[in-house]
Ligand binder design. Structure first.
Ligand code: 2P0
Length: 346
């Protein structure tokens, strides 16, 4: 008996231009294009291993050590697409083992809290789809495979690439042009760093999928966002990445986070993802940028209260000197800035 296996890791991606709204719920086709930065594999990631064998007569999943159902329509859609691509290969080459007919055993593990607004579904579906694509030795490009990951969870399509990634919304009804593409590899702008301020590791209030549906159905502001704001911002943000223009990239990132949360608030009933601590962080980042007279940090918030702060590596001590000072969390840390320099932050 042969057992075929493959393992992969997929990192978390954090959108700097947010995906919020679907034009097709089954295919996860978005109402706007989005952009994200993929975090380093060393930090937040999903590790997924898959095995298949003629002895496995059903599909099974263990997530963080616990057996979970594979019955969701989204997961089934991903498995169906992957099997169908493998079947095409098997039909064209009779030497290939017919593993598309066997059950799959999938073991997946996150190194961060699930469903805490840290985009666990993105890394999870990305790792699932890539691991099976590897197992099946599929020849398709990552952009092609990203369309399958998208059906699992929209934002998952962006986690197939490292660095700076765009999810082009596409216009086809069947989703054939709604895929992730690389804007720039991580080496292009490798001195950008992200820190996550975990405000709460609880499960989020309103799941993204139902939140999006409410926003699409009820928010007037949302219509303005998808028609007038995002298309222009999408091009500007790509340009800011290509040109490594941090102040512009930061401004667009913060504005887009605010625009997304404004449409949540404009939904009926309103959706609240930010809490008082999140709002303090927003004010703090603006105060820090004002204090230094240049934009050295950008915040962004997903469907939860946790902040992701982007900054350039060379500004790390400038940023943390203030964050540590204010939150006073790190023992033995001494600021390299004088009390006078820190002025109002003292
Ligand atoms: C994003 N979010 O672009 C946005 C910003 C949350 C806020 O993608 O229904 O889990 O699985 O397609 O991808 C979260 O939504 O939603 C998300 P589904 P997903 O990252």
């Amino acid at each position: 008996m042969s057992i075929y296996t493959a393992t992969t890791t997929a990192p978390v991606n954090i959108a700097t231009l947010k995906y919020w709204g679907k034009r097709d719920k089954t295919l996860n086709l978005p109402t706007n294009s989005s952009i994200s930065v993929t975090l380093s594999q060393d930090d937040l990631r999903t590790l997924t291993s898959v095995a298949t064998s003629e002895k496995f007569n059903e599909d099974k999943l263990w997530l963080n050590g616990k057996e979970e159902s594979l019955g969701s329509e989204r997961t089934q859609n991903c498995l169906k697409d992957l099997r169908s691509l493998r079947k095409q290969l098997e039909d064209s080459d009779s030497n290939l083992p017919k593993i598309s007919e066997f059950g799959l055993h999938i073991v997946s593990e996150n190194n961060f809290p699930t469903a805490a607004g840290l985009a666990s579904s993105a890394a999870g579906f990305s790792a699932l789809v890539v691991a099976i694509a590897k197992l099946y030795k599929l020849p398709q490009s990552f952009s092609e495979i990203s369309k399958i990951a998208r059906k699992g969870s929209g934002s998952a399509c962006r986690s197939l690439f490292g660095g700076y990634v765009a999810w082009e919304m596409g216009s086809e009804e069947d989703g054939s042009d709604s895929k992730a593409v690389e804007v720039a590899p991580v080496e292009h702008w490798s001195n950008i760093k992200a820190v996550i301020l975990v405000v709460s590791a609880d499960k989020k209030d309103t799941p993204s999928t139902s939140g999006m549906q409410t926003t699409v159905a009820t928010s007037d502001l949302f219509q303005w966002r998808i028609k007038e704001v995002v298309p222009k911002r999408f091009e500007e943000m790509k340009k800011s990445i290509i040109e490594k223009n941090f102040p512009l990239f930061a401004e667009l990132t913060m504005k887009d986070s605010n625009s997304f949360h404004a449409t949540c608030l404009d939904s009926y009933p309103p959706i609240f993802y930010l809490n008082d601590t999140s709002k303090k962080i927003i004010k703090l980042v603006h105060a820090i940028n004002d204090f230094y007279g240049e934009t050295i940090a950008a915040y962004t918030f997903d469907a939860g209260p946790n902040a992701v702060i982007y900054y350039l590596e060379e500004n790390e001590s400038k940023l943390f000197s203030i964050i540590y000072k204010l939150f006073n969390k790190v023992e033995g840390w001494s600021s390299k800035y004088s009390s006078e320099q820190l002025g109002e932050f003292n």
